[in-house]
Design a protein around this ligand. Structure first.
Ligand code: MEV
Length: 288
């Protein structure tokens, strides 16, 4: 029998992280990197991209009956706010369904992936798995039921700058929750900014300053770090249209919306900062 394969996209949040946990909308983009799970029906080892007990337990619990060689590969930096847990969960759920010969209804897939995301993050909004499963760029508002709208495919490029430090989503979400209700006006401002950003999604010169403004608001709720702020400043001084931390913060990555990636990649290389280009992954036209 041939192997069963599942793929999940990684993501970048363009605008709206943290506010999305409290019912505001967010814009997220699937990237052309992600997780692939391959299940081969023969006895074999469980190969993970990184040795982590929680990850091993999640994978073991999801495996179908019978002996499988399991290979999980990632082209995403792990724990950097690029949706690695959601991409893993989508790839795993899809590979397991394929191994069982099961045609997965999107609502059933959602529930299975959400259960895995809860094991990693506690109370996720679902934005990561929404974009990981569908690709493209989406507007997301948490449910139930979640509102997910596919948006026009942008042709701009982003440079991702890695802070070199993992950020823990659960810890950062808990930290923000503890600051409420005092920070609710800032969360509302982030939500309003998402609507403005959506209206200029395919116009990078107009979108960029809104992303930078989103970073300033994220600073105000305490999820940025001096390193992330330095990366934003570096990107802006190297000519980015806009830049912001992306994901839960406390570490992770900065995304820079660029016309020309070369000056930012050069500036990053000169300072020993890991950086790479990303484009939006194609969206899945099958999904509603
Ligand atoms: C994490 O990618 C985004 C957060 O808003 C958490 C969530 O939405 O579950 C920080």
């Amino acid at each position: 029998m041939s192997p069963a394969i599942g793929h999940g996209h990684g993501k970048l949040i363009l605008a709206g992280e943290h506010a999305v946990v409290y019912g505001h909308p967010a814009l997220a983009m699937a990237v052309d990197r992600g997780f692939t799970t391959t299940l081969t029906p023969e006895p074999g080892p469980l190969q993970l991209p990184v040795e982590d007990p929680r990850l091993r337990a999640v994978v073991q619990d999801a495996l179908p009956e019978g002996g499988y060689k399991v290979q999980i590969e990632s082209t995403l930096p792990l724990g950097r706010g690029m949706g690695s847990s959601a991409a893993l969960a989508v790839s795993l759920v899809r590979a397991v369904a394929s191994a069982r010969g099961e045609q997965l209804d999107p609502a059933v897939e959602w529930e299975r992936v959400f259960a895995i995301e809860q094991r990693f993050h506690g109370t996720p909004s679902g934005v990561d798995q929404a974009v990981s499963a569908r690709g493209g760029v989406v507007r997301f508002r948490r449910g139930p039921p979640p509102e997910i709208t596919a948006l026009p495919h942008p042709d701009w490029e982003v440079v991702v700058l890695d802070s070199g430090k993992a950020g823990d989503t659960r810890t950062m979400v808990d930290k923000v929750r503890a600051l409420r209700p005092a920070i609710d006006p800032i969360l509302s401002a982030i939500g309003a900014l998402v609507d403005q950003a959506q209206a200029v999604l395919t116009a990078p010169r107009e979108l960029g300053p809104l992303l930078t403004e989103n970073h300033r608001l994220l600073q105000q709720i305490g999820v940025s770090t001096p390193t992330l702020d330095t990366l934003v400043d570096l990107a802006l001084s190297a000519g980015a249209h806009g830049a912001k931390l992306s994901g839960a913060g406390g570490g992770g990555v900065v995304l820079a919306l660029v016309g020309d990636p070369a000056p930012i990649l050069t500036a990053a290389r000169e300072r020993g900062i890991s950086a790479f280009c990303c484009r939006a992954a194609p969206s899945d036209p099958e999904l509603p």
